[in-house]
Design a protein around this ligand. Structure first.
Ligand SMILES: Nc1ncnc2c1ncn2[C@@H]1O[C@H](COP(=O)(O)OP(=O)(O)OP(=O)(O)O)[C@@H](O)[C@H]1O
Ligand SMILES: [Mg+2]
Length: 242
């Protein structure tokens, strides 16, 4: 593992709303993710997991504290540079795949590159390369409705990591899948991290968190425990987090 963290979340607080209705979704959270590392985030509903992902991915800004990716502090960037960093250096995976139905798998994976100005032919070639790396070549020419949920989600991971992206953020990526298919998706995510990607994964399931190098438990926006994956199941059982 590299000694320089790829993602540094430093003392981040995020307050949604103001006055009497203000909600502190994150309360002084710090977290580092190195290249090659998969960090899982667990915690009860409303504990701040999605807020943490959104802040880490620059979709939401901290009220205080900083987030930096590959040495660039997101808060220092203007909207244009932030958008570019997000396009080039990170990818999101959500519960509901979000593939575009009218595009094939390869076209879906090529899309982020094309949106960033890569010419269609080159983007398509890179997309196929990424699909090939992930053993998904056979899906290249299929449309989303010709793939299973698990296949769509693996393609979504390919789309999140095509090109130069080295940070994947996944919010309940297995939430819509049966547990066997969910494991397949986690295996693919794990492999990408083993190949050097930094990963941040929100999950409710201890068996999925067990694929991570570390599990961070949130409660009321605070990190209440951090553990190696082997203790995730025990902690969850004792903690009643779900
Ligand atoms: N845009 C928003 N405006 C106001 N409050 C918000 C907003 N987004 C989140 N919150 C509040 O912040 C807290 C944390 O929400 P968050 O969505 O991060 O939780 P979560 O851990 O992802 O929950 P779940 O497991 O249900 O997805 C909750 O109290 C939520 O109601
Ligand atoms: Mg959430």
């Amino acid at each position: 593992m590299s000694t320089t963290p790829h993602v540094v979340i430093s003392d981040v607080t995020r307050v949604h709303g103001t006055g009497e209705t203000a909600v502190t979704a994150l309360d002084h959270v710090s977290l580092e993710i190195h290249p090659g590392e998969l960090v899982a985030v667990m915690g009860p509903s409303g504990s701040g997991k999605s807020t943490l992902l959104n802040v880490a991915g620059g979709l939401d800004r901290p009220t205080s504290g900083t987030v930096s990716i590959g040495g660039d502090t997101l808060g220092d960037l203007g909207p244009r540079d932030l958008a570019q960093l997000r396009r080039r250096r990170m990818g999101f995976v959500f519960q509901d795949y979000n593939l575009i139905p009218s595009l094939t798998a390869a076209e879906n994976v090529a899309l982020p590159l094309e949106l960033d100005g890569t010419r269609a032919r080159l983007a398509r070639r890179q997309a196929r390369h990424t699909l090939d790396l992930m053993n998904l070549m056979e899906l290249s020419d299929r449309y989303p409705d010709q793939m299973s949920g698990g296949q769509q989600q693996r393609v979504a991971i390919a789309r999140a990591l095509v090109g130069t992206r080295r940070f994947v953020l996944a919010d309940e990526p297995t939430g819509a899948l049966d547990s066997h298919t969910g494991e397949e998706v986690l295996r693919v995510l794990r492999e990408r991290c083993d190949a050097g990607v930094a990963g941040l994964l929100v999950t409710h399931e201890a068996r999925h968190a067990a694929w991570a190098d570390r599990v961070v438990f949130l409660r009321d926006g605070r990190v209440v425990d951090t553990t190696g994956a082997e203790r995730a199941e025990d902690l969850l059982a004792g903690d009643g987090a779900r």
